[in-house]
Design a protein around this ligand. Structure first.
Ligand code: NAD
Ligand code: 4PL
Length: 246
């Protein structure tokens, strides 16, 4: 399939994990992808590997100037923006007893302020063209309140409800906004944290058995980012082997 021929996409969190896999798919289907990540070396390596016209932009999604610079770079290089996928986030493992206000703010700043800043800048570019696809990566943890990450769960609940509202705001300009809610997924980030020990537990809850990988999340994101998903907006899609059925 070549669903993104002639299109430009921004994917945040594209240095590794789910974001990187999404960037690879959109590029393989014809998009020029701006890979945005705070990990400068990692995102450059990812862009080099993808090749073609895709390019890396070192970006902190929580810094307004950095987000503005990213969108300027996209316009300078390609002149348009069709797709935004917000996959960058902090995925913490912090029990309630250790959850300080500082830690709460650290996560909110990236996971929620960052989504606002990215959607603000991207929608301003999309609206005059009367086309756009925004896919925000939330998490299935918001449906059952996964432990050891209350601030993260709160931030991702905000991502879902914000996406719903933004869908209403932007529908008049034919821009769709949806969220995808992955279950526990085997990524570099998870492997670096105690979340890696939870795979057996979530397997027990899944309708379909096995370990989720970024490749399992990508197809849902690519579909919602494609032109043909034009009649779907304000939705949240759990992609988690049926762990959550809401
Ligand atoms: P990861 O930690 O492997 O990768 C996240 C990327 O985001 C990293 O490259 C990191 O540098 C980047 N990032 C962090 N802060 C940033 C900032 N301020 N600006 C720009 N980039 C920043 O994560 P992952 O496991 O691939 O998760 C990707 C997305 O999927 C996240 O939104 C996460 O919340 C969500 N998710 C993950 C899981 C899971 O189990 N892995 C489950 C549900 C949802
Ligand atoms: C079920 O989004 O959804 C662990 C870590 N377990 O980040 C998540 C579940 C994690 C999740 C998540």
């Amino acid at each position: 399939m070549n669903r993104f021929n002639g299109q430009t996409a921004i994917v945040t969190g594209a240095a590794r994990g789910i974001g990187r896999a999404i960037a690879e798919r959109l590029a393989s289907e014809g998009a020029t992808v701006a890979l945005a990540d705070i990990n400068e070396a990692g995102v450059q390596a990812a862009a080099d590997e993808i090749g073609g016209a895709s390019f890396a932009v070192a970006t902190d999604i929580a810094e307004p100037e950095s987000v503005t610079a990213l969108h300027s770079a996209v316009i300078d290089k390609t002149g348009q923006l069709d797709v935004l996928v917000n996959a960058a986030a902090i995925v913490p493992f912090v029990p309630w007893d250790d959850l300080t206000f500082e830690e709460w703010r650290r996560v909110m700043r990236v996971n929620l302020d960052g989504i606002y800043l990215m959607c603000r800048a991207a929608s301003d570019l999309m609206r005059p063209r009367k086309y756009g696809r925004i896919v925000n990566i939330a998490s299935n943890s918001i449906f059952d309140g996964t432990p050891n990450m209350a601030h993260y769960v709160a931030s991702k609940g905000g991502v879902l409800t914000f996406s719903r509202s933004l869908a209403t705001e932007l529908g008049g300009d034919k821009i769709t906004v949806n969220s995808v809610c992955p279950g526990l997924t085997d990524t570099e980030g998870v492997q670096e944290s105690p979340h890696k020990d939870a795979f057996e537990f979530v397997d027990m809850l899944q309708a379909i058995k096995g370990t989720g990988t970024p490749a399992d999340i990508v197809p849902a994101v690519a579909f919602l980012a494609s032109e043909e998903a034009h009649w779907i907006t304000g939705q949240a899609l759990a992609v988690d082997a049926g762990m959550i059925r809401h």
